[in-house]
Design a binder for this molecule. Structure first.
Ligand code: NAG
Ligand code: NAG
Length: 414
């Protein structure tokens, strides 16, 4: 079926009819994002089905152009080697355990970052955290936000596979599911041996709140959860070695150490906060984001939240609903291994948005190279490269990262 160039409404109706609905009862829908949560969840299913279908049909189309020059020697992406990223809940217990042990493996291998660059980077896992700390102000509210994080998450997945023997893909965390179930009821955070550890131990945070402020804008107060302390479960012994660099605490203050790349080992803390998940990252937030923003500038801005408006977007919603340390630290956040599940979901949302209009959205770009263009910097271009420091020597162009089945990539989401 040829889907390019058709209206999204037709695509949605078509996808719903072909997949989600019983055959004798065709469902039609339109492109107005639903505010009702169950209706919005159905719209996400339809978007997903259509993204999958568009990707698969373009892979089976022999005319698909692939940018070979950057990735010579790599097998061409096809339906045969296409990797599928799934929600954590869809993995078997055995698969979950193998993912968890691969992460623990990365957290035990030596760092590649020299100690002169980041004395606190002790493990291969810390390489990822150190790079994010270094680049925070040039990868958020910038033109490279989506492609940078797409590549970063993929290199992490590749490290789990190539350096730690993992054979699966990077799973994602569907915020809209945990918004319904509650975070600690979601298999990712239930605290069991097949979770990424759950809530932190309860600490007293009476009357606590998180305060986001800056640049003279009105402060935003976010609720706290009922955890806040160290996690138990699989990541009980994992040490967060770097930071804090800008950690929002439940008394409203922000904590930073003089050198966030110094060695500062401490437990992983979480403060799972359902109120934030439900308010900022429910099914309706996701479909609104995808269906109401036609250009990349507004899509990436709404996703990250417009400062001063009280909205933190699904990106902020996911991060702050994890809470804790380093979950509430914009610089050090990859120090919580749930980060990569969150960013896989960010990438999945970007992917669904892109596939509503592949021709205009695969290589759409807007923004500059600095956080809200502070300090002023050049516009980001498709020829710019993504450099992940000691994480990897690969330096792809942004252009090669626009599609999940071109450049270095060959994956889709279900
Ligand atoms: C929490 O706030 C209430 C109402 O403002 C106040 O009465 C109470 O003393 C506060 N509790 C703590 C522990 O600060
Ligand atoms: C869902 O998210 C949107 C946008 O973040 C928000 O405006 C709305 O109130 C949320 N819905 C519920 C039921 O919390």
């Amino acid at each position: 079926m040829k889907l390019y160039g058709l209206g999204a409404g037709i695509l949605l109706a078509c996808a719903v009819t072909s997949r989600a609905a019983p055959i004798d009862e065709p469902v039609t829908t339109d492109t107005t994002p639903a505010s009702d949560i169950d209706a919005a969840s159905q719209q996400i299913e339809a978007l997903l089905a259509q993204s999958k279908e568009v990707t698969e049909s373009s892979l089976s189309d022999a005319s698909t152009k692939r940018r070979r020059e950057d990735y010579d020697g790599q097998q061409k992406c096809s339906l045969k080697n296409l990797l599928i990223r799934t929600e954590w809940s869809a993995l078997s217990s055995k698969e979950k355990k193998s993912y968890i042990s691969a992460v623990r493996c990365l957290q035990s291998k030596p760092a590649r970052t020299p100690s002169t660059v980041a004395p606190g980077a002790k493990t291969r896992y810390d390489d990822f955290v150190a790079t994010h700390i270094d680049q925070t102000l040039t990868i958020h509210y910038t033109g490279n936000f989506l492609t940078w994080h797409r590549f970063y998450t993929w290199v992490y997945e590749r490290a789990l596979r190539e350096e730690c023997g993992y054979t699966g893909t990077q799973p994602y965390w569907d915020w809209s599911r945990s918004a319904k179930s509650g975070l600690t009821a979601h298999p990712l955070f239930d605290g069991s041996a097949t979770s990424m550890s759950g809530n932190g131990a309860h600490i007293d945070q009476t009357n606590g709140s998180i305060v986001l402020s800056g640049a003279g804008l009105p402060s935003l107060y976010l609720p706290v959860g009922n955890g806040g302390g160290c996690v138990s479960g699989p990541f009980k012994d994992y040490k967060v070695n770097l930071g804090p660099a800008s950690l929002a605490l439940s008394d409203g203050s922000t904590l930073a150490v003089e050198n966030p790349k110094a060695y500062n080992p401490r437990c992983l803390k979480r403060d799972l906060t359902d109120a934030i998940n439900q308010r900022y990252a429910n099914a309706s937030s996701v479909v609104n984001l995808i269906l109401r923003n036609d250009d990349i500038a507004s899509f990436q801005l709404k996703m990250q939240g417009v400062p001063g408006t009280g909205e933190i977007g699904v990106h902020g919603g996911g991060h702050y609903s994890l809470g804790g340390d380093p979950g509430r630290d914009v610089f050090v956040s990859p120090g919580d291994p749930a980060f990569f599940f969150h960013h896989a979901m960010i990438d999945r949302t970007y992917w669904m948005w892109q596939l509503l209009s592949p021709k205009t959205r695969t290589h759409a770009i807007a923004g500059t190279n600095t956080f809200f263009n502070m300090p002023p910097s050049a516009d980001t271009t498709l020829d710019d490269i993504i450099d992940l420091g000691y994480v990897t020597d690969d330096q792809p162009t942004i252009e090669s990262l626009g599609s999940t089945i071109e450049g270095p990539f060959c994956y889709i989401y279900i």
